[in-house]
Design a protein around this ligand. Structure first.
Ligand SMILES: NC(=O)C1=CN([C@@H]2O[C@H](COP(=O)(O)OP(=O)(O)OC[C@H]3O[C@@H](n4cnc5c(N)ncnc54)[C@H](OP(=O)(O)O)[C@@H]3O)[C@@H](O)[C@H]2O)C=CC1
Ligand SMILES: Nc1nc(=O)c2c([nH]1)NC[C@@H]1CN(c3ccc(C(=O)N[C@@H](CCC(=O)O)C(=O)O)cc3)C=[N+]21
Length: 283
């Protein structure tokens, strides 16, 4: 094993500890308890697992947390009414609608019904636009977690080449924007990219977010690259990333494991965003 491991579990624990302290101060000085509402529609098993992880994390740091579990037949209008109520609820500082939503519900439309100041996922068009403009905004949790992991390597990435695999609105695209903000030169690959291996071999930083188990092999990675694997896919009863971990860790300088890499960081960043939303109440 050549690579250093970026231990998302450990880093997220440190972040949570800080959040816990901040929550304590916020309660003591302002009487505010950060509150997060999570809405989940339908009965996708993996989504329910993620939501209960979020709920548990909220409880651990002393947040007020509410989960709304709605049947898959829920209409767009019903969902909007629920969001409207939460927008007006003073106990709630952050609202998250778990994706994907059942067919027939417009995700962008739903996300843009959340007040931008409570949009802790950063998926509202206003937050998305501000991210692109370089203005203050809520930054999506997984991309934020990925940048935090890269920073923890301590390596200077200025002017170096990043290759992102995946262009979704929740991971690939925003992570590309954030890497650009870190002064990297960014290539974004996707399912139509013809010469993906060629791009990968040039990368100083690889961010994998395709959701294809072990798509990226060890021999596609440049020596000493930083490899961040956001992919998570159940194969049998194992959770597998987009990177062939064993081979990749023989060439990369830093690598994230799956599980225990990007996943826990996503949740830590959700807590940070919710804390930030609650703190705005004290300004
Ligand atoms: N750890 C965490 O906290 C999180 C993990 N995830 C995981 O990250 C992965 C991606 O999630 P998400 O962005 O929502 O997924 P999407 O399915 O929305 O997007 C996948 C992206 O990967 C691209 N892609 C698919 N196949 C290939 C291929 N063979 N070569 C290159 N690119 C390909 C797609 O291209 P195209 O656009 O052309 O279709 C698309 O842009 C999943 O495994 C998901 O579980 C997601 C969110 C959080
Ligand atoms: N509105 C919205 N916001 C999201 O942030 C969001 C979403 N929808 N839909 C789905 C994806 C996925 N996601 C994960 C969060 C944590 C882990 C995580 O902590 N995973 C653990 C393992 C968990 C397990 O064992 O299954 C790990 O990687 O170590 C994974 C995935 C957030 N997402």
């Amino acid at each position: 094993m050549y690579a250093n491991i970026l231990d998302g579990r450990k880093i997220s624990q440190e972040i949570r500890k800080n959040i816990m302290d901040e929550v304590h101060k916020l309660k003591l000085n302002y009487g505010i308890t950060p509150g997060l509402s999570v809405i989940i529609v339908g009965d996708d098993e993996a989504s329910h697992v993620y939501v209960s992880m979020k709920e548990k994390a909220c409880k651990m740091v002393g947040f007020h947390s509410e989960v709304y579990k709605l049947p898959k037949e829920t209409t767009q209008d019903q969902l909007i009414k629920l969001i409207d109520g939460l927008n007006h609820n003073d106990k709630i500082h952050g609202i998250l609608v778990q994706l994907p939503l059942p067919e027939g519900i417009d995700e962008n439309l739903i996300n843009s019904h959340i007040l931008p100041s409570k949009d802790v996922d950063g998926f509202h068009a206003i937050n998305t636009g501000n991210l692109l403009l370089g203005e203050e905004s809520f930054i999506p949790c997984t991309p934020r977690g990925i940048i935090e992991l890269i920073k923890r390597t301590g390596e200077d990435i200025t002017g170096k080449h990043a290759v992102v695999v995946g262009r979704s609105n929740i991971v690939g695209k925003p992570v590309g924007v954030l890497l650009l903000r870190e002064n990297m030169t960014v290539t974004i690959c996707h399912s139509k990219t013809k010469n993906i291996e060629e791009h990968l071999r040039m990368a100083d930083v690889i961010v994998a977010a395709a959701g294809i188990p072990e798509l990226i092999k060890g021999n596609m990675i440049k020596k000493d690259a930083i490899v961040i694997d956001a992919g998570t896919r159940k194969v049998g009863d194992k959770l597998v990333g987009d990177v062939e971990f064993k081979e990749a860790s023989k060439v990369a300088s830093w690598i994230t494991p799956v599980p225990g890499g990007v996943g826990p960081m996503t949740i830590a960043m959700l807590l940070e965003n919710t804390l930030k939303a609650a703190k705005k109440k004290c300004e």
